[in-house]
Design a protein around this ligand. Structure first.
Ligand code: GAR
Length: 215
């Protein structure tokens, strides 16, 4: 089996986009759009890890048939339970949790924590990829979609996009794997532009997985 470990922080629509392309998992919460791509039978998601409890992405994994193992590793909870521990300790704990699912590929799909070399160096040299809702170098970090919309209104950009890239210590700066442009229309609201970006993300996350696994 080829194991993917997915890290999330929220609703997990991009986790779902991968699930919808995996014949191995029957899912009860598919995305509205039928997937255009399929992943081979040999690929599965061996674990889903969230840094937040009570997020819908965890339910998506649990409601699969067969269910996908999940784990919550929240920074604040970890620090409270381990007096004197640091964020670096939490990252080590997170890397151990990831490794326990024996990943061949680690996918950050809406995982909203920055990971330092403490995590990256402890991941058994497996590729780590991230989905980011902006074009390379354009709006690194949080609230990229909102910042792109503001920049459009100020006449600074005419289009935006999203990308899947390798993870390096510099946030959202790793080598791009898949890049997709997303038009911004004069009639767009933040919501309508955001919807178009998300629908594009659901495609490129699967393209990125396929490319990195070479399947
Ligand atoms: C996605 O739009 C993803 O690009 C973004 O979080 C959202 C997660 O949605 N990630 C980042 O902004 C990371 N810098 P989801 O939980 O429905 O998959």
């Amino acid at each position: 089996m080829v194991n993917i470990v997915v890290l999330i922080s929220g609703s997990g629509t991009n986790l779902q986009a991968i699930l919808d392309c995996l014949p191995h998992h029957r899912t009860s919460t598919p995305l509205p759009a039928a997937p255009a791509l399929q992943l081979p039978e040999s690929v599965r998601i061996s674990g889903v890890i969230s840094n937040k409890s009570n997020v819908y992405g965890l339910d998506r994994a649990k409601q699969c048939d067969p269910p996908i193992p999940t784990k919550v590793t929240a920074l604040k909870t970890y620090l409270n339970r381990n007096p004197g521990s640091t964020r670096q300790d939490w990252e080590l704990e997170l890397s151990r949790t990831v490794n326990s699912f024996q990943p061949d590929l680690i996918v950050l799909a809406g995982f909203m924590m920055i990971l330092s070399p403490t995590f990256l160096n402890n991941i058994n040299a497996k590729p780590i990829i991230n989905l980011h809702p902006a074009l390379p170098g354009a709006f690194d970090g949080a609230h990229a979609i909102e910042r792109a919309f503001e920049a459009y209104k100020e006449g600074k950009i005419t289009k935006t996009g999203c990308m899947v890239h390798y993870v390096i210590p510099e946030v959202d700066r790793g080598e791009p794997i898949v890049i997709a442009d997303v038009d911004i229309l004069p009639t767009d609201t933040l919501d309508s532009m955001e919807t178009r970006i998300h629908e594009t993300e659901w495609k490129i996350i699967v393209q990125g997985v396929k490319k990195v696994l070479n399947v």
